[in-house]
Design a protein around this ligand. Structure first.
Ligand code: ZN
Length: 337
């Protein structure tokens, strides 16, 4: 029922771009310069970078009279394209050039206001294009990071159940939880294929995002996919101005939060390890003090950003617990770039 909300087609980015009328293109680099000589040029080209709401708003002033907005790239490009399509009411086509985040299959537009994540509106693309060859030409490391936005269901479901049991937020609904648990089981099975970025692994990751995106759209929330693992990632970014790859940071935070939740952290660690995803803080350039500051500042960050009720509100963060969380991530395998 729900997955159809995000129409998906496998096609080549070049043929899709060549078949459009006048279009505004929000494209990441790479891959844009390798595709540019092969397609009809866009009426406007935007290189995404700044997700602050004020910066996004300033993009609207120069928007020409085009038929369609196209996002081409990873999260930044797709989210920026969503914002422009939402504000202008234009059709939206999203072309995935990497499967590092679920942004192609989320209707919520996540901007930043003073560095804090804020959802400003929502829009559903006319179609999401999966160009498998283009995706597989992206650095493997980025595609592996795609596990983060599925793995987050492990800790997100826990937080949702915790909140619901206390009468906080939206009530528990098994109809949304059950498919997410199924995706987590499949993720464990696909982990070793994701490591080598097989065609099936790319297709599976995309289908998982699409399924979760459809469930979020139907439910009107994302409690099963976004919990304190994302909040910890946002808190870290807010406090430290993070430059991490979203899925790698979320993977690290999923391990740390599963440890805090006493929620089978070994399964999370195994998936991270088998998929070869970088999540050891040393590899991500995350220092111990910054990690600990984000963990101890999490509850306050969640309150001030008005995020959902989660383990962050009830956990007692003793020195031992914080140390255990740090241990859980620093003992993950080291990965090169
Ligand atoms: Zn995410």
């Amino acid at each position: 029922m729900d997955a159809e909300l995000f129409p998906l087609a496998e096609d080549s980015a070049v043929s899709v771009l060549s078949g459009l009328g006048s279009y505004t293109l929000v494209a990441s680099e790479p891959p844009w310069s390798s595709l540019a000589p092969l397609v009809r040029p866009p009426a406007r080209l935007i290189t995404p970078g700044n997700m602050e709401l004020s910066a996004l708003g300033s993009l609207l002033a120069d928007e020409p009279d085009t038929d369609v907005v196209v996002g081409l790239g990873g999260g930044l490009a797709l989210d920026t394209a969503k914002y422009i399509a939402w504000k202008t009411g234009k059709r939206l086509v999203q072309i995935l050039s990497v499967v590092s985040v679920d942004a192609g299959f989320t209707d919520a537009i996540g901007a930043r206001v003073d560095g804090k994540v804020t959802y400003v509106g929502s829009v559903v693309p006319e179609v999401v294009i999966l160009d498998i060859d283009l995706v597989r030409s992206a650095p493997a490391r980025l595609n592996r990071a795609g596990i983060g936005d599925v793995l987050s269901c492990h800790t997100g479901l826990f937080d949702w159940q915790l909140a619901a049991s206390r009468g906080e937020g939206v009530p528990w609904d098994e109809k949304y939880a059950a498919p997410c648990r199924e995706l987590l089981r499949d993720l464990a099975e696909y982990a070793s294929e994701i490591r080598i970025v097989t065609r099936d692994a790319v297709r599976w990751l995309v289908s998982a995002y699409r399924r979760i995106g459809g469930l979020s759209r139907a439910a009107g929330h994302s409690r099963f996919e976004e919990g304190s693992e994302h909040f910890l990632a946002y808190a870290y970014e807010h406090l430290n101005g993070g430059q991490q790859v979203h899925g790698e940071l979320v993977s690290m935070c999923s391990v740390a939060v599963a440890t805090l939740q006493r929620n089978d952290p070994e399964t999370v660690r195994r998936i991270v390890t088998e998929s070869g995803t970088r999540a050891n803080p040393t590899d991500l350039g995350i220092e111990k003090d910054a990690f600990i500051g984000s963990v101890t500042g999490l509850a306050e960050y969640v309150r001030s950003a008005r995020l959902d009720f989660s383990i962050a509100q009830v956990a007692v963060l003793s020195r031992e617990v914080v140390h255990e969380m740090w241990e859980s991530v620093t003992t993950l395998p080291r990965r090169g770039s």
